[in-house]
Design a protein around this ligand. Structure first.
Ligand code: GLN
Ligand code: ZN
Length: 769
């Protein structure tokens, strides 16, 4: 290793690359395979072609080591489940009959067999399939995929480094299998799992892998001493193996904290650390433990999950500091590039002056390569790159897009009083009751009604110019008329316009706000073949005009019942977009909140008495480390209150969140100071109602009585039973009756029947009061 102790050996690498291809070729091939239009051989050929193209691009960009095994037909956690032989019992027959079909059955389920549960990968918008483990789980190594991919890359003459989910993270992200006690701790399986990893590592070594990367992002979350001990044991045991490649243990998305000394002391040859965002704290922590003598450090200095150009000079200075702390310092992105789109060059509609502020996977790869060159040979070797980079950063900093004096002055003038409603909740509730005259157990929905094929076709027709704006808007109005008349006929109490004009609850607003950018090809994998195109919060946010008022007002003109206005809240607007990295998130949230505040006020002026501000993302953006949460919740709840604080006391503010586990943020939910909250509850049999009550939540709440995630129609009796369960926790004066979430993914027949049953249930239970 002595030849590697100088910066001259600095190498460039990444941990993973977008999987779908520039034209989403993988998505198309997989979906074609599901429909029987593409056979397995053709799917495999498409996949192999994409892997090859990616590796060649990475090598051509100047990477010294390419990742392998990061490719996936669906999800890398699911691939790990296959690799360690933890296929759930209910899927074993299908996997034995046909591994590829069995794999997709685990991911998507079949007519008879439920899929694995899906959940968010840390605080990203990527979703993984949750392994199901129990005391009887017997692991069995299957290294075929990993071995095949490292061979493919080596055959291209590239230095290839397999990337695996590490054993500790794998277990920490698992859950007890169905039928296994909820108290079962998957980490107790570590000793059974390590021999399987040992076997895979030996196979990879035999296939020619010099280094193998084990990803342990779960170690950037707060971990117990027992979990840290398990980590120490895992890497002591893997380190002690005789027949193994060199090991690089990677972490990302946050700082390692207490896990850093554990890994630093372990007998592995390298650590890969994130040095961006809150993970920048790794730098001081590394110095505090005395660096990584004798080890390789891979420094993630290029943000792998956001889309801004790197500050190359700043990164070089970080890298320079790190040189004193490890035997060898290599350069990488902070995490897999899976979380960003592929290439800014495909974006023809973005102003070139702004496009140069952006870096997608391809541009980030070039940044990593340039930084490694700069580190190895000095800044003169990358003088041209530095000049271009400096100019791009200067252009961004000085642009009127990022500095709108009017927006800044308004945000700076926000006072505590501006984030408070005019009267406290109990007085508002009385005023609203008098104004709205609703029955006990009022019925409503969450906002969207079925997004039918006709609506999507109308939007496509508008985009392609087959129909004009007028024709399109008439179709939207026709849909609103249908939705209103259905709700009146069914007997709902607070109506909605149905959101037919919205393609997506964030994009719809992003398109109308100044400072937001849309991409044409900026696809990012959300789960499986589902890709999303998050808009970009690029500049200061302003609202040129009302965004929703005419649709809500039109709906209200058709009925005497209250129509609820419908907005996406500031936290969710940030969570489902790429955010600015040149100012604190709270500043951006405040700008978005002020734009939404104007919309609230305009809705109110147009006669809207009930306004819902959806915040389904409030909990999902919760920082990974508990220490960072109070600061986050402070700006997040402030942004919500700033959005709604200008509403008159008689205006009833609703909010909505789509999850059932929120015990840790009940205080924050109360801090929103909304009048009514609707939540998901049908699947957990009203557990949330009890949780709210247990925390003394004083406001009105609508725990869902209709699970909208499946086409199944709940009977009126079933909905009534859930309502009665809700009444066991929340008094009738404060209980609302609604579905779990919006109905946009449902079809009309089941929506009609379910809402009729929901209204019938409310009537039945009212009569019992
Ligand atoms: N108002 C939105 C809808 O009904 C809320 C969606 C959500 O919570 N994800 O579609
Ligand atoms: Zn929802």
């Amino acid at each position: 290793m002595t030849s590697e102790t100088t910066a001259a050996a600095a190498r460039a690498t990444v941990y993973g690359y977008p999987r779908q291809g520039q034209g989403r070729e993988l998505k198309k091939a997989i979906e074609g395979y599901w429909k029987g239009r593409v056979d397995a051989a053709a799917l495999r050929a498409t996949a192999a072609g994409l892997r090859r193209a990616n590796w060649r691009n990475l090598a051509a960009a100047g990477l010294d080591e390419v990742p392998t095994g990061d490719f996936s037909y669906y999800d890398h956690m699911l691939d790990t489940t296959v690799m360690v032989g933890a296929v759930p019992a209910r899927h074993r027959a299908a996997v034995a009959a046909d591994p590829l079909d069995g794999y997709f059955a685990m991911a998507r389920g079949t007519q008879d067999v439920a899929p694995l549960e899906m959940t968010k990968w840390f605080d990203t918008n990527y979703h993984y399939l949750v392994p199901e483990l129990g005391p009887d789980t017997a692991f069995l190594a299957d290294s075929a995929k990993q071995v095949a991919e490292v061979r493919e890359a080596l055959a291209l003459g590239l230095a290839a480094r397999p990337v695996l989910v590490g054993p500790v993270t794998y277990l920490l992200l698992s859950k007890p299998a169905p039928g296994v006690a909820a108290s079962f701790d998957p980490l107790t399986l570590l000793d059974r799992l390590l021999p399987v990893y040992a076997e895979v590592l030996a196979d990879l070594r035999a296939a020619g892998a010099e280094w193998v990367q084990l990803d342990e992002p779960a170690l950037v979350q707060d971990r117990t001493p027992a979990e840290l001990n398990a980590t120490a044991r895992a890497y002591r045991d893997l380190g002690a193996l005789a027949d193994r490649p060199r090991l690089l243990v990677a972490s990302y998305f946050d700082r390692l904290g207490d896990a850093l000394p554990v890994l630093a002391a372990s007998p592995v040859e390298g650590l890969a650390l994130d040095f961006t965002g809150p993970a920048a704290a790794n730098l001081d922590a590394l110095a505090a433990v005395g660096g990584l003598p004798g080890k390789r450090l891979v420094a993630g200095v290029v943000d792998g999950r956001n889309i801004w150009v790197n500050d190359l000079e700043k990164s070089l200075s970080t890298l320079g500091t790190l040189l004193g702390l490890a035997d060898r310092v290599d350069v990488s992105a902070s995490c897999s590039l899976l979380h960003v789109p592929l290439d800014t060059a495909a974006e023809r509609d973005i102003d070139p002056q702004i496009l140069r502020w952006l870096a997608f996977a391809r541009q980030k790869t070039a940044e990593v390569a340039a930084l490694a060159r700069g580190l190895a040979r000095g800044t003169d070797a990358i003088a041209a790159e530095l000049a271009v980079n400096r100019a791009a950063l200067a252009s961004r900093a000085a642009s009127p897009v990022t500095r709108d004096p009017a927006v800044r002055a308004r945000a700076a003038a926000v006072t505590e009083a501006g984030t408070r409603r005019f009267l406290p909740y109990p007085e508002r509730a009385a005023a609203q009751r008098a104004r709205l005259g609703l029955p006990l157990l009022p019925t409503t929905t969450i906002g969207s009604f079925p997004q039918t094929g006709e609506l999507r076709a109308a939007r496509a027709d508008l985009r392609s110019g087959r129909i004009g704006t007028e024709e399109y808007e008439e179709r939207i109005r026709a849909e609103i008329r249908d939705v209103i008349s259905f709700q009146e006929k069914t007997g709902l109490d607070v109506l909605v316009h149905g959101e037919p004009e919205r393609n997506d609850m964030v994009q719809y607003f992003a398109e109308q706000l100044t400072g937001y950018l849309a991409t044409r090809h900026g696809w990012v994998q959300s789960y499986g073949t589902r890709c999303v195109r998050p808009p970009i919060l690029a500049g200061d946010i302003a609202r040129p005009g009302p965004m929703t008022v005419r649709w809500t007002a039109y709906a209200q003109s058709l009925t005497d019942r209250p129509v609820k206005g419908m907005l996406t809240g500031p936290v969710t607007m940030l969570a489902w977009s790429f955010v600015r990295d040149d100012q604190p998130l709270g500043e951006t949230a405040r700008q978005v909140a002020l734009a939404l505040r104007d919309e609230v006020n305009d809705l109110e002026a147009a006669g809207t008495g009930v306004i819902q501000v959806d915040e389904p993302a409030l909990r999902e953006t919760l920082p990974l480390r508990a220490a960072d949460r109070p600061a986050y919740l402070a700006w997040a709840t402030e942004a919500f209150r700033l959005t709604t604080g200008g509403a008159a006391p008689v205006t009833q503010i609703h909010t909505h969140m789509c999850y059932a586990e929120f015990g840790d943020i009940v205080g924050a939910i109360d801090d929103l100071d909304a009048d009514v909250i609707s939540l998901e509850a049908a699947r957990s049999h009203m557990q949330v109602a009890h949780e709210l009550a247990g925390h003394g939540y004083p406001r009105e709440a609508g725990p869902g009585v209709y699970d909208i995630h499946s086409p199944r129609v709940p009977s009126a009796e079933e909905a009534a039973a859930l309502l009665r369960a809700g009444l066991g926790a929340i008094p009738a004066e404060r209980l609302w009756v609604n579905p779990d979430c919006g109905l946009k993914t449902r079809a009309w027949p089941e929506t009609r029947a379910s809402l009729e049953h929901l209204v019938a249930a409310a009537r039945t239970v009212r009569a019992e009061l």
